[in-house]
Design a protein around this ligand. Structure first.
Ligand SMILES: [Cu+2]
Length: 244
């Protein structure tokens, strides 16, 4: 009886290992020349009346942090309904442009706010964390795939460089100022875009074909669509995200 159980367990372990290998293979991305690449152009809209911006309560370091009014940037919707700072990706694209990590993605702490609020970059890129304020900030990430970063950045320490090796959406906070929140979004391939103030985005040089396209927004979550990119042409995509 124990022998039978042992064999069944061994079989289950092999099945699990094969599943893991299959997921690994599906996630592999191959870069190379792209022929007749097309463009995906689109917009990410909010389903409902744009919520008003909330002013943040500045309780500390008022001379630096309170010099200008600060607003909660976790959901910024323009009057035309466009959502800013949403990340659009092609999660299942297997082949296309080479993956080129960036060497200097600037993430500044300015007026006790992250500028920009969100940065997106290919995994393997290096972020240059700047302290323009000259007061004590700290960089504390809520990473689960990548190592957690938890470092003080005193005013005299103007920059810290951090490389984010694996794809992940990472929330960043400051232990010195509890209202500070930003995001680092490391992508699995070079096809991504961040929406502008009107929710617009564009992804170019995509090999012709059909793909899943995903949008992620820190408060509204993710949504997916299918898109077919024509050779040398443009495919249009419209996302409408609901409040939740
Ligand atoms: Cu801070």
């Amino acid at each position: 009886m124990f022998e039978r159980l042992r064999k069944r367990l061994a079989g289950a372990a092999i099945a699990l290992a094969m599943t893991a290998a299959a997921i690994g293979a599906a996630a592999a991305y191959e870069g190379g020349p792209v022929a007749h690449g097309g463009t995906i152009a689109g917009v990410v809209l909010y389903d409902g009346k744009p919520p008003p911006l909330k002013r943040l309560d500045i309780s500390k370091d008022r001379d630096v942090c309170g010099a200008h009014p600060l607003y909660d940037e976790s959901l910024v919707v323009a009057r035309d309904g466009g959502i800013a700072n949403a990340v659009v990706t092609l999660p299942d694209i297997a082949k296309g442009e080479p993956m080129t990590p960036l060497k200097n993605v600037i993430f500044d702490q300015k007026g006790c706010q992250y500028v920009p609020h969100l940065i997106a970059f290919p995994a393997g890129s290096t972020i240059k964390i700047v302290n323009s304020d000259g007061i004590l900030h700290s960089i504390h990430t809520e990473s689960t795939v990548n190592p957690v970063v938890d470092m003080a950045q005193p005013g005299f320490k103007k920059t810290i460089s951090i490389t984010v090796a694996k794809p992940e959406a990472i929330k960043v906070t400051c232990d010195a100022h509890n209202w500070m929140e930003g995001w680092w979004y490391a992508t699995a391939n070079p096809y991504y875009a961040v929406t502008d103030a009107h929710g617009r985005f564009s992804i170019s040089n995509v090999p012709p074909g059909s793909y899943t396209i995903e949008v992620w927004q820190e408060k509204l979550g993710t949504a997916r669509e299918r898109v077919t990119v024509p050779a040398g042409g443009v495919a249009n995509v419209k996302f409408t995200l609901k409040p939740r």
